[in-house]
Design a protein around this ligand. Structure first.
Ligand code: 13P
Ligand code: SF4
Length: 302
């Protein structure tokens, strides 16, 4: 990408000077994903790799909850998020007070919390999960029923794969909730032989219409391994751009739903973040230990 070369060169130099790594979620734009990222992946992979890195500085090219998770697992490192406004509608949908009320109502049910939540919500939970390990985590608890927060559609998707009773919340991803089953049917009608693969944050009628459902990395793995002639990735649209750069023999049909939060992260902001070592992400010490315990329990069980 010649237009991006000066920014990319500056970031590569700054990474060396700061002993920094850039983590990029699968939804980042190709110039970030391929140009400056050291570690890429879904939420689970980023959480794991953040814990392993020996860098002094972590730049999170993702959203705020991902940066908080990195800080929880690497409390002695400087964790930067290039734009503090990079939030998540799921993380906004639930508070620790909501969890306290749910626990009163269902005292026998442990709380499984999707990583797309604040550190304070993680701290109020028993264990975290991601889209790639949710069923394993739910079943690891040995409970008859669990409270699963905050993504209603992911919760319903899990419920269809387990005998454990799943109590859901009404949180939704603002990107995935916009897809509809009718839209998928229209794509199939207009594109013969189309394989449809969807993220479990999509509504149930979309998941019913899909050939495969999985986390962002599982979706990428499906395309890499199976090489469908034509594929529709029902998720944030930068992911298709990243995978298309890798598998030139696959045709990508692209609905484009952008995550406005992910898109706040740009090369100039990553550069500025490394220059100024800000904005730094910190976690309230009052919740950090309990939040870390919920994430560590997930890593141990998945
Ligand atoms: P993954 O864990 O599948 O990467 O999902 C994260 C996310 O924010 C999806 O919208
Ligand atoms: Fe949150 Fe949805 Fe954006 Fe993922 S795509 S970060 S779940 S708003």
């Amino acid at each position: 990408w010649p237009a991006y070369a000066p920014e990319i060169d500056a970031i590569l130099r700054l990474k060396r000077e700061r002993n920094a790594v850039v983590l990029a979620h699968n939804y980042q734009t190709p110039e970030i994903f391929y140009g400056v990222a050291d570690i890429v992946g879904d939420s689970l992979a980023l959480a794991r790799k953040a814990a392993e890195t020996e860098a002094d500085v972590i730049v999170q090219a993702g959203v705020h909850f991902m940066a908080e998770t990195a800080k929880l697992l690497s409390p002695d490192k400087t964790v930067l998020i290039p734009d503090v406004r990079a939030g998540c509608s799921l993380a906004e949908s639930i508070t620790p007070e909501d969890i306290a009320l749910l626990r009163q109502r269902y005292p026998d049910a442990p709380v499984v919390t999707y990583v797309n939540t604040s550190a304070a919500v993680k701290a109020a939970s028993d264990i975290c999960c991601t889209s790639s390990n949710a069923v394993t985590i739910v079943e690891s608890l040995g409970a008859e029923r669990v409270i699963f927060l905050p993504d209603e559609y992911l919760g319903k998707h899990v419920a269809r794969q387990t005998d454990v009773e799943i109590i859901t919340w009404k949180g939704h991803c603002e990107v995935h909730e916009r897809f509809t089953g009718q839209e998928i049917a229209n794509y199939r009608e207009n594109h013969a032989g189309l394989q449809v693969i969807a993220h479990p944050e999509c509504p149930p009628d979309v998941l019913d219409a899909a050939d495969f459902v999985g986390s962002t990395s599982q979706m990428i793995g499906y395309v890499r391994d199976r090489r469908p002639d034509r594929v529709l990735m029902v998720t944030e649209c930068s992911m298709s751009d990243n995978v298309a750069a890798e598998v030139s023999d696959v045709e990508f049909v692209r609905p484009c739903n952008l995550c406005p939060h992910m898109k706040r992260i740009t090369l100039p902001k990553i550069r500025q973040s490394l220059e100024t070592l800000s904005p730094e992400v910190t976690v309230d010490p009052g919740v950090a230990a309990d939040a870390r315990r919920a994430v560590d329990r997930m890593l141990a069980a998945s």
